[in-house]
Write a protein of this length. Structure first.
Length: 219
């Protein structure tokens, strides 16, 4: 199995180096889609040997994710964010074991949020077969073009640092997410998942995840 690490970034010069260092032992290539960095993010990515794609930001996380998948040359993609770390030294073996069990499946990883310690599972390992892609302007989810994707646990844990209140406030994540959710609700007004995410964000805990995710929640 050839595994491509796929990221979308913007102004992540402080967080990206440790992210790539944690993931490098487990992947065969690194693909970074940059949506307009003005710091040294591009230099960090190129120094790490990443394939870099510069993409204009269109207020659509799924579009950026799909661009990273399109640029990857592996059999499977491992999706990670710059504020996450692969916290499992045996991650590669676990990914390969999952693919051996279900080559067309979408593998979930456990996200451990710091601070707080809440945990949830999200889909992050997917086949690069043209049938699996991301959908959703914000809180994007993995979908399959010819039916519902099979999902299963890989047993791998990522540590997520992005819910630190100072990080959230500095980057304006809450206001950004509210704006994107409202825009998407204009297109999909009966989508319960979007209303759930908007409610969480407006309530003030949009920077935290529940200890147990809703069955239909993928992010």
């Amino acid at each position: 199995m050839r595994l491509s690490l796929c990221l979308i970034v913007r102004d992540e010069v402080d967080l990206l180096p440790a992210c790539l260092e944690s993931a490098r032992p487990h992947v065969d290539e690194i693909v970074v889609v940059d949506t307009g960095s003005r710091d040294g993010t591009l230099d960090v990515a190129r120094a790490a040997g990443a394939r870099v794609v510069e993409l204009a930001w269109t207020d659509d996380f799924a579009a950026a994710r799909n661009a990273s998948l399109a640029a990857a040359s592996g059999d499977h993609a491992l999706v990670i964010d710059a504020d996450e770390r692969v916290a499992d030294t045996s991650a590669r073996a676990k990914f390969e074991a999952y693919v051996a069990r279900r080559a067309d499946g979408v593998g979930r990883v456990v996200i451990e949020n710091r601070p707080g310690g809440s945990r949830t599972e999200v889909s992050r390992l997917l086949p690069l077969d043209g049938r699996h892609r991301f959908e959703g302007r914000v809180h994007e989810q993995v979908v399959r073009t010819d039916g519902e994707p099979h999902r299963g646990s890989t047993g791998v844990t990522f540590v997520h640092l992005g819910y630190d209140p100072t990080v959230v406030a500095a980057r304006g994540k809450v206001r950004r997410n509210v704006e994107l959710l409202r825009r998407e609700l204009l297109e999909r007004p009966y989508d319960g998942y979007l209303w759930y995410q908007l409610g969480r964000t407006l309530r003030g805990d949009g920077a935290r995840t529940p200890k147990r995710a809703k069955p239909w929640s993928d992010r």
